[in-house]
Each structure stands twice: as structure tokens, then as C-alpha cells.
Design a binder for this molecule. Structure first.
Ligand code: HGY
Ligand code: MN
Ligand code: MN
Length: 413
């Protein structure tokens, strides 16, 4: 039975983790950064060494293909992949697993000269983590990138997308040209770590994704009055940070009590200005995100939290601006791709369970142009987006073999 080489998988995953690798373990490899571009060059070399044709599109998505030198409407390809950018102080598997396992699968098919009707390709989508713009590369590929917005896209710290792309040799204005030819993708399936505790706690080997959550992100800026921290009487202070803290606690409570059991929310970025210990904060800026697999719930919660921000500001004589940043749409996996993953699990003697993804993924963009599916392997302790993110190597091998047989089924369909 066709199977992947765990030795090769391990070698490549460890090698990739060294680009932006941190001394204590973990990886920081933001999209377009020097370490990301070195990783891209390394990946292209590995793809070519595996006998694949390679190309990079105007949005910086990197492709390795078996049986085609480009995507074409008259020969729809079966696509797999994920991303090689990471969050700050992230792990070595988030994204990397899907790209390296996809490369491994295509290399096995090439070296065994296994017949398949459709071309196959593995993609490394740019900026999946959304440092400059959520799910950027796959959004461009699926024709969902608003060209006018690209020039204004920037990271929360102000670094502009156009500048970092230019440094990496790309013209941001051309990113929308990455749009795939109509009908050029027959199916898309992505292997990813679950990034949560459910699979490990249920003891099931493979997760078959049914749906992927939508994620809404906003910048919320509270504007009060900077004042002397010693001499200003407490009752006269218009402290922007206190308003932000009040909002954060109440918004979390609101989502937990008024959402569903699948609604989650987080505030991971806080900036206080001017940011000195002896100045009452004049301005406090939060990035607030919320998630749910149901777009109606997500929209309701988002509107209700906007109202909450206004209430907090009024109560504290503070001004507030709620600036939408990104809104990804929940997506459903295609039944035929889910069935192909489950058939692969059965042929490999692996247990599987259907589940929704509480993380966002490029696959939710691909759902707009083709039949999409995802499969998960368990994350140790459910840990992810942290330096000790890891999965067992035999789980990695199981996931890659399941991907291999799923791709083969889809490429023969
Ligand atoms: O944030 C997410 O859900 C994903 O890891 N980008
Ligand atoms: Mn990911
Ligand atoms: Mn991630």
C-alpha cells in the first residue's frame, strides 16, 4: 500500500522550523519577512528536487505541481497545501504540516509513478495568519481580494503590506492577478493540526472537518484625556485604558453568555498611549476578535459588542471608534471530500470523527471556488500558537498517509 516516508517528513519539518527558529524552541516567521522568504526559497528547492514544477503567483503563493506547469481551466487540478508563515512565537506544525505533507504525497506519487488522471499541486498560501490581511494569499487566489484595499493593508504595528512585499520582490498592487483560472481547481484538501484538545481527548486519530468558523476582527479605539497621574483628582480622570478594560471584561461575558457553545472571543492586542507610568492613558486601542461557525450568530454578537463599546464610552465620558478589520465567512466542507477522507481512514484502519474547525484556515476561501475538505491530527495537550505546539510523529505519519490516499482518490475521480 502506498505510504509516505516519515524520515523525509521529519527532515523537512525540522529544516523548515529553522527559518525563524527561536532559541528556546518555536518559530517566528511572519509573511514576507527575510526568514519567510528564505523558507520559500528552500521550499522551492525541495519541490524541484522532488520532481515538481514550481511557480509563485503575484500574491506570493508558492506552488509545486505534478502533471502540470500551471493551473488551467481545461485540466482542473487537485490541490492541497497550507501556509509557511507563522504567528509570533508559534509552533513548527501550524501550516508547515500541510505544506510538507502535501509535498511528501506528491513526491511519493512521482517516485512510484502512480497513475492519476488529474494534475496535483501543493500550495503554500501567503499570510494565512493575517499579519497584514486575513488569509491573504488564498483570498487573492480565490478572487476575493479587493484590489483597492491592498495598498492600505498594514499590520497592527503600522508596517505596510506594500512595503514588505516590495522588499520581498513583489508588487502588492498586482496581488489580485493571482486569481485562479475559472474551474482550474477540481478539489482542495488540507491537512492541519487540530490546534485544540478535542481529538486527543476523544482518542480519535483523524478529524474530518465539516465546517470552518468565521472570524470577525475590529480595532476598538477609546479616546479619553491624557493627564498627570499624580496631580489629577481621581474623579476627574477620563482614563481610556479603564474604558478598554471595562469593555474587554463585558464583551467577553457577553459572547460567552449570549453566544452559542461554539462562540469564542479574544483580545490579543492592546496599545496604551502615550504609554508612560506617570500619564493617565489618553488613548487605548484593542484588537477584538470573535468566532462562530454560524455567520448569523457572528454578525449578531459583533453588532451587540459595537453597542457595548458605545455604552462603556458614554458611561465613562470617553469617545470610541470601532473600526472593522476583517471578517472571514464560515465555510462548509464538501461531502465528497469528507467521504474521500473517511474512505482513506478506513483503508488505513484509522479511526475518524467529524468535527468543526474552531480555527480559521485557507480552506474556507477555497470553498468559494471548489469542493473543499480538511483533515486534522491531534495536537498534544491541544496546544497551538505557542512554542511547545507539537503532535506525535506517528500521528503526523497517519495524517500524511490519509492525505496521500485522499488525494489519490480525488485525482482519479
Ligand atoms: O487564527 C486562526 O484561527 C488560524 O490559526 N490562523
Ligand atoms: Mn494554520
Ligand atoms: Mn495559526
Amino acid at each position: 500500500m502506498l505510504s509516505v516516508s516519515l524520515t523525509r517528513l521529519q527532515r523537512r519539518l525540522v529544516a523548515l522550523s529553522r527559518f525563524g527558529g527561536l532559541l528556546g524552541g518555536g518559530v517566528t516567521r511572519p509573511a514576507w519577512s527575510p526568514q519567510h522568504e528564505e523558507a520559500r526559497a528552500w521550499l522551492i528547492t525541495e519541490m524541484r528536487g522532488a520532481g515538481l514544477a514550481t511557480w509563485v503567483d503575484p500574491a506570493g503563493n508558492t506552488f509545486g505541481s505534478l502533471g502540470a506547469t500551471a493551473l488551467a481551466s481545461d485540466r482542473p487540478a487537485v490541490l492541497t497545501g497550507s501556509h509557511i508563515d507563522t504567528v509570533p512565537e508559534g509552533g513548527m506544525l501550524d501550516g508547515a504540516l500541510g505544506v510538507i505533507a502535501g509535498l511528501e504525497c506528491l513526491e511519493v506519487l512521482a517516485e512510484t509513478k502512480t497513475a492519476h488522471q488529474r494534475p496535483l499541486a501543493v500550495a503554500a498560501w501567503t499570510d494565512e495568519e493575517g499579519r497584514y490581511g486575513s488569509l491573504f494569499g488564498s483570498r487573492a487566489f480565490c478572487g476575493k481580494l479587493d484590489g483597492a484595499s491592498v495598498v492600505d493593508m498594514a499590520a497592527v504595528d503600522g508596517e505596510r503590506l506594500a512595503d514588505v512585499m516590495a522588499r520581498a520582490g513583489f508588487d502588492a498592487r498586482r496581488a489580485p492577478e493571482a486569481k485562479a483560472p475559472a474551474g482550474s481547481v477540481a478539489a482542495y484538501v488540507e491537512l492541519h493540526i487540530e490546534q485544540g484538545p478535542r481529538l486527543e481527548e476523544s482518542g480519535v486519530q483523524i478529524g474530518v472537518v465539516e465546517a470552518i468558523v468565521g472570524v470577525r476582527r475590529s480595532r476598538i479605539v477609546f479616546r479619553g484625556q491624557a493627564d498627570h497621574a499624580g496631580t489629577t483628582p481621581m474623579e476627574r480622570r477620563r482614563d481610556a485604558f479603564l474604558a478598554a478594560a471595562d469593555y474587554a471584561l463585558r464583551a467577553r461575558e457577553h459572547v460567552v453568555t449570549r453566544g452559542t457553545n461554539r462562540s469564542v472571543t479574544n483580545i490579543g492586542v492592546v496599545h496604551v498611549h502615550p504609554g508612560a507610568s506617570n500619564i493617565v492613558p489618553g488613548r487605548a486601542e484593542l484588537v477584538h476578535e470573535m468566532r462562530d461557525p454560524d455567520v448569523a450568530v457572528l454578525e449578531r454578537l459583533w453588532q451587540e459588542c459595537r453597542g457595548l463599546a458605545d455604552s462603556v464610552a458614554r458611561e465613562r465620558q470617553i469617545a470610541v471608534d470601532v473600526v472593522p478589520m476583517s471578517a472571514t465567512v464560515p465555510a462548509l466542507a464538501a461531502p465528497r471530500v469528507q467521504a474521500s477522507i473517511e474512505a482513506a481512514c478506513r483503508s488505513l484502519g484509522l479511526t475518524s470523527q467529524r468535527m468543526y474547525s474552531a480555527a480559521g484556515h485557507d480552506a474556507q476561501n477555497l470553498a468559494a471556488i471548489t469542493d473543499m475538505g480538511m483533515l486534522f491530527i491531534p495536537s498534544k495537550g491541544g496546544r497551538s500558537h505557542r512554542v511547545d505546539e507539537m503532535s506525535d510523529w506517528d500521528a503526523i505519519e497517519r495524517g500524511a498517509n490519509t492525505l496521500l490516499h485522499t488525494l489519490l482518490t480525488l485525482a482519479r475521480a
